[in-house]
Design a protein around this ligand. Structure first.
Ligand SMILES: NC(=O)c1ccc[n+]([C@@H]2O[C@H](COP(=O)([O-])OP(=O)(O)OC[C@H]3O[C@@H](n4cnc5c(N)ncnc54)[C@H](O)[C@@H]3O)[C@@H](O)[C@H]2O)c1
Length: 571
């Protein structure tokens, strides 16, 4: 049922520099502007603000962990404590077997955490949430905000219970003023609701300032994105306290991010901009995927279409690769959230527009599974299919909302046996996702096997389905380097002690933990049943090479070799 969003939060102090009318007009200067513009950005800021000395980050997940590790790495004089409810997760962060796979993350963590090479440790991981809250002057809230699974808005709205519980804990525990940073992706106007909770529950005399500082990193390239962000977005109220808090947070990022890339806006623009960015990215993927369906029926090649369109400077080449569909914990849920917000604002056409992006994504996954079944003569009984990659994208072990989940589910339903190989996705996460997606977990356990090498997964298989674009599956170019070598900082308090070696940013390709090399396709051909199919859900295979080995290759957005193209405009 549609609801309404709460009334505009009235500023509770006099604006210092930025007037409310400027915010309403969208004419909001950046902090650099407030300090006197770009040319003066190296001058000492005129806004009197506190220096943040201790940061607490609530939530040690894919965002909280890497983000606050980089903050600690770049601000050696700031103590950063990352806390979580999960003892297991925190123990993993304290070890060298980190709970998430992300290129170069370990080096970043070690350099700030391990008190080595004369640099005192300033990065800590803990389950003592209350202590970390009490001691911090700035608290990042970086907990999960999944889609609601219960009650009003079920399956569409954001579940804010984890976020709210973190906020309530801050209110209960804090005995001095805090800056609270919304790092999680939240619906627009969440800060207003959280402020109400804080005001109603705080200890006497304690003041809170809420900032929105959404995270734009992409899994698989998190460290690169954090070290060289396109922008840092900080939203605040336009009050004195709001501007001061924003200035304090600007200082933290200014330790390594050029000032002109740190932009400040109103709280509401910042909250909405994060949702908007994810929805726009997903919209490009669904647009090219929708075009891929037309390509497959007409003989056009989606790679050529994408290149031709991407060379138009108004369009640009990024996020225009056709694929089996997007996955991950963010895009689908953020589209659902934005669409639900539009519905709540009585904007049904807007809601339907954004929802259609998810609809195309589901259609793309379903279409791909149907194509596999059709090519394998409409029956998968007594056939084995190897799944190459289960993570939602390369260079991460994250399998949340991976396209592999629905594809495996569809293939099992058709009677197939499945062999899965992924170099990083943890086995227990694969089982968790597959069993959650299927009414019959016993069927999943009886049909699916998870293997340590691609060759075991392919043994006796009729087809391979490439779901994740891990470099090791490709056959286009040779692997450039095995792994980035990282030189530990040589001396304390120098550039090299606090900044990461540029080599961290140079590693372009990753290779398997299990094999350390590219897949040997000749060897694969030797263990498979004939005819052998490769369904390339990422268009990463150069088909001719594999066809020379006897494979039939089916890509996305290109008609399969030897398949008849029928265009019947009247039907
Ligand atoms: N994953 C991404 O690529 C990405 C990118 C940008 C933004 N985001 C957003 O960032 C937020 C976090 O995402 P994530 O992928 O890091 O989630 P995650 O599930 O990996 O991590 C969240 C962590 O928060 C902990 N947690 C939950 N409630 C807690 C509480 N009350 N106290 C202490 N710990 C608590 C959980 O135990 C978990 O470890 C989400 O809002 C997400 O939409 C994610």
């Amino acid at each position: 049922m549609p609801g309404t969003l709460p009334a505009f939060l009235h500023d509770y102090e006099e604006p210092l520099v930025v007037s409310t009318s400027q915010i309403m007009d969208g004419n909001i200067p950046t902090i650099a502007g407030v300090y006197g513009g770009k040319r003066a950005r190296d001058q000492i800021p005129k806004v009197d603000h506190k220096k943040i000395k201790k940061i607490c980050c609530i939530g040690a997940g894919y965002v909280g962990g890497p983000t606050c590790s980089v903050i600690a790495n770049k601000n050696p004089d700031v103590a950063v404590t990352i806390v979580d409810l999960s003892v297991r997760r925190i123990e993993a962060w304290q070890s060298d077997d980190l709970p998430i796979h992300e290129p170069n993350l370990l080096e970043v963590v070690q350099s700030a955490r391990d008190d080595r090479e004369g640099r005192p440790a300033n990065l800590f991981f803990s389950t003592d949430i209350d202590k970390a809250i009490r001691e911090a002057d700035c608290i990042f809230v970086s907990v999960n905000t999944p889609t609601k699974s219960l009650g009003r808005g079920k399956g569409r709205a954001s579940e804010l219970s984890y976020f709210e519980s973190a906020i309530r804990r801050i209110a209960d525990v804090a005995t001095n003023d805090k800056i609270i940073v919304e790092k999680s992706t939240v619906p627009v106007r969440t800060a207003e609701n959280m402020r109400e909770i804080l005001m109603a529950n705080c200890n006497p005399g304690v003041k809170f300032e809420i900032l929105s500082n959404p995270e734009f990193l992409a899994e698989g390239t998190a460290i690169k994105n954090l070290l060289q962000p396109d922008r840092i977005l900080i939203g605040s109220l336009s009050t004195q306290a709001g501007i001061r808090a924003a200035a304090s947070l600007v200082d933290i990022y200014a330790a390594w991010v050029p000032r002109e890339k740190i932009i400040t806006t109103s709280l509401w623009s910042s909250e909405l901009a994060k949702l908007a960015a994810n929805c726009l990215l997903a919209q490009r993927i669904s647009s090219i995927n929708a075009l891929s369906a037309i390509c497959e029926s007409t003989g056009a090649n989606v790679a050529e279409v994408s290149k031709a369109c991407g060379l138009d400077s108004r369009i640009g080449p990024k996020m225009l690769s056709a694929s089996v569909g997007f996955g991950g914990s963010c895009l689908k849920k953020d589209i659902l959230s934005l669409s639900y917000i539009a519905e709540s604002l009585h904007l049904p056409e807007v809601a339907a527009y954004w929802r259609s992006i998810n609809d195309i994504n589901e259609y793309q996954k379903d279409r791909f599974a149907r194509r596999i079944v059709a090519c394998l003569h409409h029956s998968l009984e007594k056939k084995k299919i190897a799944i190459f990659g289960f993570a939602f994208k390369k260079d991460t072990g994250d399998v949340r909302e991976s396209a592999a989940i629905s594809i495996v589910h569809d293939l099992i339903t058709e009677g197939a046996d499945i062999g899965i190989y992924d170099p990083q996705a943890p086995e227990e996460s694969i089982w968790f996702e597959l069993e959650a997606a299927c009414d019959n977990p016993d069927l999943v356990r009886s049909r699916v096997k998870i293997h340590n090498t691609p060759y075991e997964a392919c043994d006796g298989a009729h087809a391979i389905v490439i779901v994740t674009e891990w470099d090791e599956f490709g056959n286009k170019t040779p692997v450039a380097s095995k792994k980035a070598t990282v030189t530990p900082p040589a001396t304390p308090r120098t550039e090299s002690a606090t900044s990461l070696p540029s080599k961290l940013l140079e590693a372009k390709e990753t290779v398997a933990k299990a094999t350390g090399t590219r897949v040997e396709w000749e060897r694969v051909a030797g263990v498979m049943k004939k005819p052998m199919y490769v369904f390339d859900g990422r268009n990463m295979i150069e088909p001719q090479n594999l066809e020379d080995l006897g494979f039939k290759v089916e890509g996305i957005g290109m008609a399969g070799r030897g398949r008849k193209i029928v265009v019947d405009l009247d039907s």
